[in-house]
Design a protein around this ligand. Structure first.
Ligand code: B4P
Length: 190
């Protein structure tokens, strides 16, 4: 199995690049943001709870997200591998993911971290907000909070994967195709 963590701040291009990569490698794209948004649309108990956090740009509590991923991994036991997009977002989520993958006799091959300047992140998210209708993309204050939450809670994940030799920094500035090529060069070596 080939399991990849696609990492980066909000607006770094994780969802965009994951769509490209699944076509090349036949992996399953697992975006916690997308799954949570579909739970909200369905009006499920999880969705109602998640919405309270997401609209403010805060993280949904670890135990809810971990339980959700656990259930999804069970239904894809025959997969060739996963692109984890937006997960893990905390060190506790990363530890939980390792335990879940070990139970399937597999693990994370690499954490590919997209590096993008802050102003570019804000511009991308505001421009998506004009068409997506996403509450968390329409307000600059909420976007800035998401970037701050990323710095405080998510960035420490680099120090979790680095000592394991699994962290790869990728320049996330440029065209979508250029960035996809950079990611593929790293994935080919995993
Ligand atoms: P996500 O859905 O993961 O939102 P995101 O960080 O904005 O990433 P996304 O993948 O959608 O955007 P991308 O950068 O591709 O999370 C939303 C919320 O859900 C979180 O704030 C949190 O509340 C909750 N959540 C999700 N996972 C969680 C977890 N594990 N634990 C707790 N809470 C969790 O794209 C952004 C824009 O940039 C797009 O419009 C795209 O077209 C554009 N773009 C991409 N690449 C570009 C490029 N090279 N040039 C120009 N534009 C580009």
């Amino acid at each position: 199995m080939l399991n990849i963590v696609l990492f980066g701040p909000p607006g770094a291009g994780k969802g965009t690049q994951a769509e490209y990569l699944i076509k090349s490698y036949g992996l399953i794209h697992l975006s916690t943001g997308e799954i949570l948004r579909s739970e909200i649309a369905a009006g499920s108990e999880l969705g109602v709870e998640a919405k309270k956090f997401m609209d403010k740009g805060e993280l949904v509590p670890d135990h809810l997200v971990v339980k959700m991923i656990e259930a999804i991994l069970e239904t894809h036991s025959e997969a060739r591998g996963f692109i984890f997009d937006g997960f893990p977002r905390t060190v506790d989520q990363a530890k939980a993911l390792d335990i879940m993958l070990e139970a399937h006799e597999t693990g994370i091959a690499g954490m590919l971290s997209l590096e993008v300047e802050k102003q570019e992140l804000i511009n991308r998210l505001l421009s998506r907000g004009k068409v997506s209708g996403r509450v968390d993309d329409q307000n600059q204050k909420v976007i800035e909070n998401r970037i701050q939450v990323y710095r405080d809670k998510t960035l420490p994940l680099i120090e979790y994967y680095k000592p394991q030799g699994k962290h790869f920094g990728i320049d996330g500035m440029g065209s979508i195709e250029e960035i996809a090529d950079r990611l593929k060069q790293v994935i080919e070596k995993l």
